[in-house]
Write a protein that binds this ligand. Structure first.
Ligand code: FES
Length: 168
């Protein structure tokens, strides 16, 4: 049986003033981009915090990217510069943990750059596909890949203790 190709889940935090509008424009222009990219609209990429990226990765995303206004055009002055700094920090953190800093990043564009949005969405999908599945995603049963505690082997004493707990 042939294995299914890996299809990454990518979260894109898009600023509503520029890249969200650019994504909209890409749709109006009938440009296709990978369905792997799921958009989260934010008022400004400055709203993005490292914890949002970590939570998304823990919840199952294989990649997290911020798409903000062009530098110098942020409606909140320095929001996109802050987001870039946070993404850089997060990338370093993921590299240190062995998860892969390339899973996160930042793009800048204006609302008129529909084609650039579609191209960037394809680019991040290929980039994350090449990295493979996120090893830190929460697995069914609640355990995480990289920090899973060592499993405790079942011993006759533990088995008996469990029976006692259940009142058997
Ligand atoms: Fe678009 Fe700040 S308003 S990145």
């Amino acid at each position: 049986m042939k294995a299914e190709p890996f299809e990454p889940e990518i979260i894109a935090f898009c600023c509503e003033y520029c890249s969200y509008a650019a994504a909209d424009l890409a749709g109006s222009m009938r440009l296709s981009y990978p369905v792997n990219v799921k958009i989260v609209k934010v008022p400004c990429t400055g709203r993005f915090d490292i914890i949002h990226g970590l939570k998304a990765l823990e919840a199952g995303a294989d990649g997290v990217f911020a798409f903000g206004c062009l530098e110098g055009n942020c409606h909140f002055e320095r929001g996109n510069l802050r987001a870039r700094k946070r993404m850089k920090y997060l990338s370093g953190l993921l590299d240190e943990c062995g998860i892969g800093g390339g899973r996160v990043g930042m793009y800048n564009m204006s609302s008129a750059m529909g084609k650039q949005f579609a191209d960037a969405a394809s680019e991040v999908t290929e980039k994350v596909r090449a990295l493979g599945p996120n090893p830190a995603k929460r697995r069914p049963g609640g355990r995480q890949g990289v920090h899973a505690p060592p499993s405790v082997p079942e011993t006759p004493q533990r088995h008996e203790a469990k029976k006692t707990d259940r009142g058997e």
